[in-house]
Design a protein around this ligand. Structure first.
Ligand code: PGA
Length: 268
């Protein structure tokens, strides 16, 4: 699946490794994923589970070498908001990511917003760069714990998405994915309940449908935040949950593959 079109038989699982791993760890992890039944499509498993790995920049080429003969795809965790071939020491352009076999890129992860000062405007510029270079952006949105308590979830995520729409236009979402990641659920072990996630995704899809029904129906909505194997099946049973963005559990091949197998729509 190289586009982001939605169908009820598919599950999209993104592994966000963050700043973890060495070549030795990565080799073991990727080998186990690539040789698994999930990826090799043995009959008992879901035929349409798309797995995308998001290693740190320096390991993109290395991971590409390991997955290139498999259906596993590659993405980057971040990109520069600036154009290629310009003087921004330490930055990585969208063009470079495409050149390194990336098909996807995370944009606006809450750790980028929180720890690196990424504003909605910077995130919109990054999204635009991704789209320009045929990368599929996974736009991460989500409310903080205080915003959650004040029942501002929808307002916050709608503004996060609206600021991107203002910069790039809604049609850009024909080839984009949205990941709802409540900040209070990331890395805390406290995931939003499956019904909470469904409610947020449902409202989000309705809000998008007011702007463009087709885009709302087709855009993949992922959930992220403390996903683990015991919770994944219930989560992925929700009609508006199209997959997951998995952080810490994606560093453990057994856990991660268990999550990938949690595909009720395809397994039953
Ligand atoms: P987590 O991270 O699964 O460790 O909570 C998710 C994410 O940050 O994307």
């Amino acid at each position: 699946m190289t586009t982001s079109s939605r169908d009820n038989q598919s599950l999209f699982i993104a592994a966000n490794w963050k700043m973890n791993g060495t070549k030795v760890d990565i080799l073991a992890l990727v080998r186990q994923i690539v040789s698994s039944d999930v990826i090799r499509n043995k009959p008992s498993t879901a035929p349409n589970t798309q797995v995308v790995l998001f290693p740190p920049f320096v390991y993109l080429q290395y991971v590409h070498e390991q997955i290139k003969n498999s259906p596993v795809q590659l993405g980057a965790q971040n990109l520069s908001q600036y154009d290629h071939n310009s003087a921004y020491t330490g930055e990585i352009s969208a063009n470079m990511l495409a050149d390194q076999h990336c098909q996807y890129v995370l944009v606006g992860h809450s750790e980028r917003r929180q720890f690196f000062g990424e504003t909605n405007e910077i995130i919109a510029a990054k999204f635009q760069q991704a789209v320009r270079h045929q990368l599929i952006p996974i736009l991460c949105v989500g409310e903080t714990e205080a915003e959650y308590r004040q029942q501002k979830t929808q307002l916050v995520i709608q503004e996060q998405i609206a600021s991107v729409i203002r910069a790039v236009g809604l049609p850009a979402f024909q080839r984009a994915i949205i990941a709802y990641e409540p900040v209070w659920a990331i890395g805390t072990g406290i995931a939003a309940t499956a019904s909470q996630v469904q409610e947020v995704h449902h409202h989000l899809r309705q809000w998008l449908a007011e702007k463009d029904r087709e885009i709302a129906q087709n855009v993949l909505l992922l959930y992220g935040g403390s996903i683990n194997a015991s919770y994944a099946k219930e989560l992925f049973e929700q009609p508006d949950v199209d997959g997951g963005l998995v952080g810490s559990a994606s560093l453990d091949a057994d856990q991660f593959l268990e999550i990938c197998r949690s595909t009720p729509r395809a397994c039953e």
